[in-house]
Design a protein around this ligand. Structure first.
Ligand SMILES: Cc1cc2nc3c(=O)[nH]c(=O)nc-3n(C[C@H](O)[C@H](O)[C@H](O)COP(=O)(O)OP(=O)(O)OC[C@H]3O[C@@H](n4cnc5c(N)ncnc54)[C@H](O)[C@@H]3O)c2cc1C
Length: 386
């Protein structure tokens, strides 16, 4: 087993780290203060990433993307995690659900998004259906050759910028061993479609400058050409997206934790109390030991899950473990980073209080910690018939 990075992987790591340090870090405090990203800055980040040839690294080369394998993509995302998400998402990673586009949909949605000419957002969650996505109430019903959509989605990231939305709605019901569940279909919905409204969502404690939106559908008419994938086949498209996005979350948590750790080691070595560096007190030095051990564990768990995907092996359980452990690790590491900095850790002169706040959402979005535990335990018990 070879844990060394290839030349290409090392180049990706070095390039992204340097980009994040020079193009992202200097703007973070201002974006945090403003609560939004100035348009010019957003355009500038996207343009620079495009110039470097790094836009849409997650998409296959056949559709114009970077075509990175999962391990290399994970390394890239780990470095992006060292920057504020409000800014790094302009790096541009189209939703992989777009690969379900066919025919003209590819010209209208997939290719322009991969080129960075259009932005996408993905909507599953509803006020009444979060973890239980198959309990969704937003519905599409047939009307001749068209579909009419009614209902509401909330917590939708990228809603501020998206030119179009990948929206998953119910297109009927089916009896399952767990009772009646919704059949789900994906639709491509352009901003500005009559009967479709995008309004600002809630103010969140995490990731200021990375807003969420509410989508309202009121008799919104869509032609059949807007169906993404097969009618009633949306669950698979949605699940494929969820697994990729969970790996992204895990990788970014590892990157952010390392950044918090870097501050902590520095502080432990430089800050003196009682006539010596505080790191020499076992109470502080042992915290560092625990932090780096947990960060490395999350890192390897995440890379190993990515490696399984590249090897064509089943990875649902490993991705769930990586997402669960990396997000919970980040909460502990950012908390200890503040403790090591004492009172200054809570002040916004340092970014640590921001890392700590940002960490909170990671255990919730893209499937809560409880849902990851559910996936893991189910994968262990199901083969035994339990
Ligand atoms: C800032 C933000 C941005 C988001 N962006 C998007 C987006 O772009 N697109 C999108 O579609 N969604 C998005 N989401 C939604 C996100 O994925 C959901 O918040 C998440 O899936 C949890 O759903 P919920 O918030 O409704 O919580 P609920 O599902 O109501 O869960 C509440 C609690 O019950 C627990 N629980 C629920 N079911 C079980 C169970 N079976 N076993 C044990 N515990 C359980 C949960 O773990 C949790 O602790 C976003 C959320 C946030 C906060």
């Amino acid at each position: 087993m070879d844990f060394a990075l290839s030349e290409e992987q090392q180049m990706v790591v070095d390039t992204v780290r340097s980009f994040v340090e020079t193009e992202i870090h200097p703007h973070e405090a201002e974006v945090e203060r403003l609560g939004y990203v100035p348009q010019e800055l957003a355009r500038q980040i996207t343009a620079k990433v495009q110039d470097m040839g790094f836009y849409a690294p997650n998409m296959p080369e056949e559709v114009g993307g970077g075509g990175l394998d999962h391990v290399t993509l994970t390394l890239l995302e780990r470095e992006l995690g060292r920057g504020s998400m409000a800014l790094t998402h302009f790096w541009g990673q189209p939703q992989n659900a777009l690969l379900a586009c066919t025919g003209e949909q590819r010209e209208k949605y997939l290719y322009p998004t991969v080129r960075g000419e259009k932005m996408d957002a993905l909507a599953m969650t509803e006020p009444g259906a979060g973890s239980d996505v198959r309990g969704m109430q937003c519905r599409a019903r047939r009307d001749g050759d068209d579909w009419l959509i009614d209902g509401t989605k909330h917590f939708i990231s990228e809603g501020e910028y998206a030119d179009f939305f990948i929206v998953f709605v119910s297109t009927g019901e089916e009896q399952t061993h767990k009772g009646i569940k919704q059949k789900i279909t994906g639709f491509l919905v352009d901003r500005g479609t009559p009967g479709f409204e995008v309004t600002p969502g809630y103010n969140s404690v995490s990731h200021r400058g990375y807003p969420n939106h509410i989508l309202n559908f009121d008799n919104c008419r869509l032609p059949a050409s807007q169906v993404l994938g097969e009618v009633d086949g949306g669950l698979q498209v949605m699940n494929d997206w969820l697994y990729a996005s969970r790996l992204t979350v895990a990788a970014m948590c590892v990157g952010r934790a390392r950044r918090a750790f870097d501050y902590s080691v520095q502080q432990a070595a430089e800050r003196e109390q009682f006539g010596q560096p505080i790191g020499k007190f076992q109470g502080v030095g042992f915290k560092l030991a625990d932090m780096i051990t947990e960060i490395d564990a999350a890192d390897w768990l995440t890379l190993a899950a990515a490696w399984r995907l590249d090897a064509g092996l089943e990875a649902d359980r490993q991705i769930a473990s990586a997402k669960l452990y990396a997000t919970e690790m980040l909460a502990r590491v950012t908390d200890e980073a503040i403790q090591i900095h004492g009172g200054m850790g809570l002040m916004d002169d340092l970014p640590l209080e921001r890392f700590w706040r940002d960490a909170r959402v990671e255990r919730i979005w893209d499937g809560t910690s409880e849902i990851q535990r559910h996936i893991i335990s189910r994968s262990l018990l199901r083969p035994l018939g339990a």
